[in-house]
Design a protein around this ligand. Structure first.
Ligand SMILES: CC(C)(COP(=O)(O)OP(=O)(O)OC[C@H]1O[C@@H](n2cnc3c(N)ncnc32)[C@H](O)[C@@H]1OP(=O)(O)O)[C@@H](O)C(=O)NCCC(=O)NCCS
Length: 169
């Protein structure tokens, strides 16, 4: 299977924040943002592997800044690392001011997707070759995040989490 570049999966979803999508403080409701992230990230994963994908895990989400009603929000997703059948996708969320063309990062999420066949059996995905400095850093750290996610899910014994242990040695 031919390797891919992270840029192949690059996905941007831009939309506004409607009143029905806000909480009582008139900020974007967290669950709505998670849904937007999941949609963009699943497209990125499909672009990488050209297969059906399912969300296996939401590894990390930081809601750093509230997003006010009527904001223009861009959800930018890219595969950071591909393993055997799973892919880590990093989603960066920006608030954009179309009048000033300024952009500020509001949130970040890290999701894991698994490529599956029609009977939900995991199938192999292409390897990924990071190009930019940021892609290389994200690629390197992805193994630690995968092992942490597997430990938290009870799928990996902490003593076998070699990449995690290496941080403390
Ligand atoms: C995701 C799913 C297909 C995994 O199936 P499985 O039988 O557990 O398969 P495996 O144990 O072979 O795991 C498949 C891959 O997922 C990875 N994985 C599974 N759970 C994970 C987790 N919590 N965090 C990170 N990776 C995970 C495994 O490490 C493996 O990766 P690799 O092949 O790249 O090394 C299965 O759990 C599923 O169908 N879940 C429901 C998905 C869904 O419906 N999502 C929508 C939200 S409702």
């Amino acid at each position: 299977m031919k390797s891919k570049k992270p840029s192949t999966s690059y996905t941007v979803q831009t939309d506004i924040v409607l009143p029905s999508e806000t909480n009582s403080l008139n900020h974007l409701f967290g669950g709505e943002l998670l849904s937007r992230m999941d949609r963009a990230a699943s497209i990125a994963a499909r672009r990488h592997c050209n297969q059906i994908v399912v969300t296996a895990s939401v590894n990390h989400v930081s809601f750093s800044k509230p997003i006010p009603q009527n904001s223009v929000v861009s959800v930018v997703a890219k595969v950071s690392r591909a393993f055997k059948t799973s892919m880590e996708v990093i989603i960066d969320v920006f608030i954009e001011n179309p009048e000033t063309e300024q952009k500020e990062q509001a949130n970040q999420g890290i999701y894991t997707f698994v490529a599956v066949d029609n009977s939900m059996k995991p199938v192999a995905v292409p390897a990924i070759i990071p190009e930019t400095k940021e892609e290389q850093l994200r690629f390197k750290a992805a193994l630690r995040r995968k092992q942490l996610s597997l430990v938290l899910a009870g799928r990996l014994d902490p003593k076998d989490a070699t990449a995690l242990k290496a941080i403390f040695e």
